[in-house]
Ligand binder design. Structure first.
Ligand SMILES: Nc1ncnc2c1ncn2[C@@H]1O[C@H](COP(=O)(O)OP(=O)(O)OP(=O)(O)O)[C@@H](O)[C@H]1O
Ligand SMILES: [Mg+2]
Length: 728
């Protein structure tokens, strides 16, 4: 049996796969010599014994195809690599960086690669480091637009009226500010206002520019809210998520000197997933690359799924207007999925209007038919999927990490978690509640923010009251009144003798003790490692005890929360060892991670549970796309708002995550908001080529019906689907 080496962009840097370790090791060494500088231990870690892959894939050449090669070598000006899913766009970016450094002589510090998530950035960085070694990649920027924006802001903050220790507010903090301005606590109203402000910001519109565009009274009110919100942020020396890109873009647009400085610093930009850039990100790209257009962007219009966040795939078309000489390279070979999976994907997306026509083919063989399974309800659906995972793992001797369960909304995850837990199958959730969104992490972060930036009132409010220390609502109310009257921060108010004079002696003492603690740790933060400082602070405030008291009903829960805090401290300590000791910068970095995604966990062998949005760019041998029902996927709101095309692109993204086997499930009934609903199967299932599908129905007992009966049921279902189609 032959053994071969496969590169994996997203799961690990490199894996050598073979029948057993002794077969792999010699190859790993050869591979190692070719692509990286791994030590023996790393090689051992990278060996994955998986006869499943062994049987499933033809030997995979690492060689780029001619179009990829052309894209890698082209440095004549702006380049747009336009291609469908799994065609190696992301690979082109990593290979191009390697090529530019090793063959052309670019200095790594002059190159910046922009990815969509921190996780993708981390993986790309690891991949390039494995390819070129640490020394050759020192100084290379691989980050998200937000991280790059933060870097620019950190350096240029004074030019836009900010100090370098600005805070980054999370969405909950900004919602609170908006609620206060609106004088409205209804979640819907706040969310709508927040969303509108965010859209304006992402379209690079300043508060005073939006008035002219307002179409109704509500918009006028939100425009006013936007102005006040921005003034509040400035007062707190804080920025929100959108500002991280908007402010640098405005700064570079208006200040030629700073623009030239950054253009000289970042001489070549490579952007992955460019179909999801919004107006602000596009403006930043243009401002950083100048008229010469020294950039490569890669993207797929069929995978644009972030319009709700202001992403605009018209940017892809604008590229051609803004850079008339831009070179366009199309990649058409898909290296990820079997032909049947690809046909299903192509036919579904074929129902959308085409921005750029392209074809996609694969030579990985026909593969298995795509399975459509009907389940009784969501519990049955979860049991079915888990059963299939256990079965396939055994048959194909696959790893757990080869399986992904993808869904439209986070709320769908819980039943799958329950089923996986009872089957004792390890799993990892991504795209769900972020590690950094957890209350205990936000508590610690509030202290860090306050130590870094005492003007940060939201952080002051949280820290002052966690753990409880005798500073109650009345005291905070009085401090707040004083701060408003004197236009100062709560921190300044709490330090003012005049403000304290208004408090009872007990409250005054509590505030003074709190202030003494802050002063003490602010001094320490200036010279000590952030990790040590925070660890000592947590001991001082007896934070572990606080968690035990708050979770008196479950010691286990308290322990797991404390463990999360310890994880954060370990992360800080690790950063300290790597030379990043500055509390201000670390706080900003963590805040950004809060806003973007989960904690970067160690890659473990576990089934992945993910929203479809969070699965972008990733790939798995076995994919279960669950809840394919009208109302859920496509989502009822999208249908109502006429955003079916975007839902269809999301389906395309989901289908194209699968390498070998794809199963789509739907339920006959589902409990929503406490009552049973009987949804129709998703219209996207009707759009799939019948010859590439098999239908699997299950009888009441939960046992699989015989193959023959299954076929019979499939015929019935098919007839039903066709009837439905004819009716519509
Ligand atoms: N020339 C090639 N030979 C063999 N495998 C390749 C080649 N190019 C890419 N691949 C593999 O194909 C898979 C898909 O590549 P990649 O993730 O770069 O595609 P993509 O176009 O970025 O996909 P997506 O649109 O989902 O982001 C990866 O496993 C990658 O290693
Ligand atoms: Mg990609």
């Amino acid at each position: 049996m032959t053994i071969w080496a496969r590169s994996w962009f997203f799961r690990k840097n490199c894996q050598i796969q073979g029948k057993n370790a002794s077969q792999c090791r010699p190859l790993a060494r050869i591979f190692d010599a070719e692509v990286g500088d791994f030590d023996e231990k790393t090689i051992a870690k990278r060996i994955v014994i998986s006869p499943y892959h062994f049987a499933a894939y033809p030997p995979n050449t690492m060689k780029l195809n001619p179009q990829q090669q052309e894209a890698v070598e082209y440095l004549g000006g702006a380049l747009f690599v336009l291609a469908g899913a799994g065609s190696g766009k992301t690979r082109v970016i990593t290979e191009k960086i390697a090529h530019m450094i090793t063959q052309i002589g670019y200095k790594p510090q002059h190159i910046a690669a922009i990815t969509f998530t921190n996780k993708a950035a981390k993986e790309m960085q690891e991949r390039i480091t494995a390819r070129l070694g640490k020394t050759q990649t020192r100084g290379l920027t691989v980050s998200t637009f937000h991280s790059l924006g933060m870097r620019i802001l950190r350096e240029e903050a004074p030019h836009i009226g900010y100090k370098k220790n600005f805070s980054i507010l999370d969405s909950a903090d900004s919602a609170k500010i908006i609620a206060e301005i609106l004088g409205d606590n209804r979640r819907d109203a706040i969310f709508k206002a927040q969303h509108q402000i965010s859209l304006w910001k992402n379209n690079l519109l300043q508060a005073d520019e939006v008035y002219a565009q307002c179409q109704d009274k509500w918009q006028m009110q939100i425009a006013q809210t936007y102005s006040l919100y921005q003034a509040t942020l400035q007062h707190y020396q804080a920025v929100d998520f959108d500002d991280l890109i908007r402010l640098p873009a405005i700064l570079l647009r208006e200040n030629a000197e700073i623009r030239q400085k950054w253009q000289a610093r970042l001489r070549y930009l490579l952007v992955d997933e460019c179909q999801d850039t919004n107006a602000c990100q596009y403006a930043l790209l243009r401002l950083l690359t100048g008229f010469e257009g020294k950039f490569t962007v890669v993207g797929d219009d069929d995978q644009s799924i972030y319009a709700w966040r202001g992403a605009n795939m018209e940017n892809l078309r604008r590229l051609q207007d803004d850079y008339p000489h831009i070179k366009i390279i199309k990649l058409e070979q898909n290296y990820r999925s079997t032909a049947r999976i690809l046909r299903v994907a192509n036919q579904v997306i074929g129902n959308n209007p085409k921005l750029f026509p392209k074809t996609l083919w694969s030579n990985l063989g026909e593969g298995d038919a795509v399975k459509i399974a009907q389940c009784r309800d969501e519990i049955h659906e979860a049991e079915y999927v888990v059963q299939q995972i256990a079965r396939n793992k055994l048959i194909h001797q696959a790893n757990y990490a080869d399986f992904a369960i993808l869904y439209r909304g986070n709320h769908q995850a819980r039943v799958f978690e329950d089923a996986l837990r009872s089957a004792r199958i390890p799993y990892q959730i991504s795209g769900g509640q972020s590690f950094y969104d957890k209350a205990e992490i936000k508590d610690v972060l509030a202290y860090m923010r306050l130590l870094a930036n005492p003007n940060d009132d939201p952080a002051f409010l949280r820290a002052a009251t966690t753990p409880k220390r005798g500073i109650g609502d009345t005291t905070l109310g009085k401090l707040n009144d004083y701060a408003k009257m004197h236009e100062c921060s709560l921190f300044e108010a709490a330090g003012s003798l005049n403000a304290l004079a208004d408090l009872s002696s007990k409250s005054r003492e509590s505030v003074q003790q709190f202030m003494a603690l802050l002063h003490d740790y602010r001094r320490r933060a200036e010279c000590d490692d952030a990790g040590e400082t925070i660890q000592d602070l947590l001991t001082d405030i007896q934070y572990e005890n606080h968690l035990l008291e708050m979770n008196a009903e479950s010691v286990k829960l308290a322990e797991s929360r404390w463990k999360n805090v310890q994880d954060l401290c370990e992360w800080l300590a690790r950063k300290g060892e790597e030379g990043e000791r500055n509390l201000i910068e670390l706080t900003q970095t963590i805040a950004l991670m809060t806003l973007l995604e989960n904690k970067d966990g160690e890659e473990v062998d576990a089934v992945k549970l993910s929203t479809l949005h969070a699965a972008k760019g990733l790939e798995y041998p076995f994919v279960y796309l669950v809840g394919c029902e009208e109302g859920l996927f496509p989502h009822a709101d999208s249908v109502e708002e006429g955003k079916l095309d975007e839902e269809r692109r999301l389906m395309y993204v989901g289908i194209t995550r699968a390498k070998r086997q794809l199963t789509l499930t739907h339920c006959k009934k589902r409990k929503r908001a406490g009552s049973w609903q009987y949804p129709e199967p998703s219209r996207f299932l009707d759009e799939m080529p019948v010859q590439d599908l098999v239908f699997e129905n299950r009888e009441g007992s939960g046992k699989l019906v015989s193959q023959e009966m299954g076929r019979q049921n499939a015929q019935n279902l098919l007839a039903m689907l066709q009837q439905k189609k004819a009716k519509s």
